[in-house]
Design a protein around this ligand. Structure first.
Ligand code: MRU
Length: 357
């Protein structure tokens, strides 16, 4: 267990400046706090792909910032509205394709492109379009922060007194505009005196739990115990866990939820032991065009992530690797979904539609 005195976490994960965007380099954490300057949409797409910025809401915001960089560059390179539009559409395509599973990225790019199309249709001057899209990107950032505070308040109500909460991956301030989705609930529950311990899965292969969730919670003075991914069944069998809370990368209309690989195993263990399993996600994470989780594209990443740790290989030459980045937890394993608009209980199809459409 790691405990430090409570203090406020003030992390800037993403920032948009007049000439560039700035990202907290999550690949260097927790050893080093360093920022990366991003000047082009292509560089933003690379930063998303290499996980300098990661977490579903954060990569949505990064996509929106990438489109702002695109319109700024387009403004300098052409006076033609048609060429300007085509330039931005091409960049948006690169951004959208940088990671496939988290729908927040597509949602944010589409929101920016829809506004762009409206402004072009109303013959808005290009300089004004650039300014309006920057304002929109900042609005996406601010809305995400407020959504996290709201989810924290809704989710904390569900936590029992002295809750020992198990989480997976990093669904915290680092994965969002700030505060976090699942960790936003943890932060609020802790502030209300209701959270006595967080169990953070290390989250192989990239160790978002071991590196990022632990770092965030230590900074916040919230008691955290780091555990290996395979320990949850044993811990629940021993009565050590009162609730599980995770984030999500895409939730289908029936409530099936894609999240970091290993989440499904945790959900199965929770179901077997009668431990409530909560998913916290903003409305930008829902893909109501999908009937079920079977339609969610699952990212497969490079073998090196599994063959070793931090580039240090331990597996023998010649071994095959399977490295899906996400899995889908069926709605039947989920007790409730916490959104910024309220908590949704089963039956998810009807109740999500009522809340979100
Ligand atoms: O591959 P990552 O680190 O981007 O995956 C992140 C997760 O799976 C998070 O749990 C999810 O995005 C929710 S973040 C609020």
């Amino acid at each position: 267990m790691i405990t430090t005195p409570p203090k406020q976490t003030q992390l800037t994960v993403l920032a948009l400046h007049p000439t560039h965007a700035e990202l907290l380099d999550q690949t260097a954490l927790p050893a080093t706090v360093q920022y990366v300057t991003i000047r082009t949409p292509q560089a933003m797409a690379d930063a998303i792909q290499t996980m300098i910025v990661r977490g579903a809401p954060a990569i949505g915001i990064a996509g929106a910032f990438g489109i702002v960089l695109s319109v700024r560059i387009a403004l300098k390179s052409t006076d033609s509205v048609e060429a300007f539009h085509q330039h931005v559409l091409a960049d948006a395509q690169v951004l959208r394709q940088s990671r496939p599973t988290a729908v927040n990225l597509m949602w944010a790019c589409d929101r920016m492109l829809a506004l762009l199309a409206t402004l072009i249709a109303s013959q808005t001057p290009l300089t004004e379009i650039v300014a309006t899209l920057a304002t929109e990107a900042l609005a996406i950032h601010e809305e995400d922060l407020q959504a996290n505070y709201a989810m924290g308040r809704f989710g904390a109500v569900l936590m029992p007194e002295n809750a020992r909460i198990h989480t997976h991956c990093n669904a915290g301030a680092l994965a969002t505009a700030g505060h976090g989705t699942a960790l936003g609930v943890v932060r609020e529950a802790f502030a209300q005196g209701k959270c006595s311990m967080v169990y953070a899965d290390e989250t192989r292969p990239r160790l978002q739990g071991g590196k990022l969730t632990t770092w965030e919670l230590v900074q916040a003075g919230i008691p955290v115990t780091l555990v290996c991914d395979g320990m949850s069944g044993h811990m629940m069998q021993k009565g050590m866990v009162d609730a599980v809370i995770v984030g999500a990368d895409r939730i289908a209309s029936n409530g099936d939820a894609a999240n970091k690989i290993g989440t499904y195993n945790l959900a199965l263990a929770a179901k077997a032991h009668g431990v409530p399993f909560y998913v916290a996600a903003p409305s930008s994470t829902f893909d109501l065009s999908l009937a079920s989780g079977g339609g969610i594209p699952i990212e497969e990443r490079e073998a090196e992530e599994v063959l070793g740790v931090d580039g240090v290989r331990y597996a023998p030459e010649g071994v095959k690797v399977y490295n899906p980045g996400f899995d889908v937890t069926p709605a039947s394993c989920i007790t409730a979904i916490i959104t910024e608009r309220g908590v949704v209980f089963p039956p998810f199809s009807a109740n999500l539609k009522a809340l979100l459409v």
